[in-house]
Design a binder for this molecule. Structure first.
Ligand SMILES: [Zn+2]
Length: 157
């Protein structure tokens, strides 16, 4: 896919996926999992992207759909690499790591501390059902200040 090779971050993700023996598939079936925009099957090492759902979310967030698909791909490869290393857990922390990849894809630079706090807050909103796993900012106090920061920057959501 052209959009993947257009961005050095998704290019690197593609190379990692290949090294891990993974594969990418587009699922055009609108009937299944419309709530998901992408998912990774650990046993099959198969990343599936859902173009219709990706387009809808890209439109909602104001991104070009193909570029956004490449961004979601970097997210899923991060999960795949956790699986490959045998450290995969379905936690907010794993989503935090994957969101950081999306941030890297978008900005070509690692997120700042403030940006990471925003990401952690966002993950909490997007995945309230998942166990924390590991809090990247340590204790309760850090979490509370992250929450305040997000309230102040609410217009960026
Ligand atoms: Zn994820």
């Amino acid at each position: 896919m052209q959009a993947i090779s257009d961005n050095p971050v998704s290019m690197a993700s593609y190379a990692s996926m290949q090294r891990a023996g993974g594969d990418l598939q587009f699922n055009f079936n609108l009937g299944v999992r419309f709530d998901a925009i992408g998912q990774t099957n650990p046993a099959a090492r198969l990343i599936q992207l859902y173009p219709a759902a990706i387009s809808a979310e890209a439109k909602r967030l104001g991104y070009a759909p193909l570029t956004y698909a490449a961004r979601v791909f970097t997210h899923e490869v991060d999960h795949l690499m956790d699986m490959h290393r045998g450290v995969w857990q379905n936690t907010r922390y794993a989503e935090f790591q994957a969101y950081k990849m999306e941030s890297l894809f978008q900005n070509w630079t690692r997120p700042s501390l403030d940006a990471r706090r925003m990401i952690w807050h966002e993950v909490g909103e997007d995945y309230p059902h998942l166990p924390v796993g590991k809090n990247p900012f340590g204790g309760l106090r850090a979490q509370r200040s992250a929450g305040t920061l997000c309230l102040l920057n609410n217009d960026q959501h």
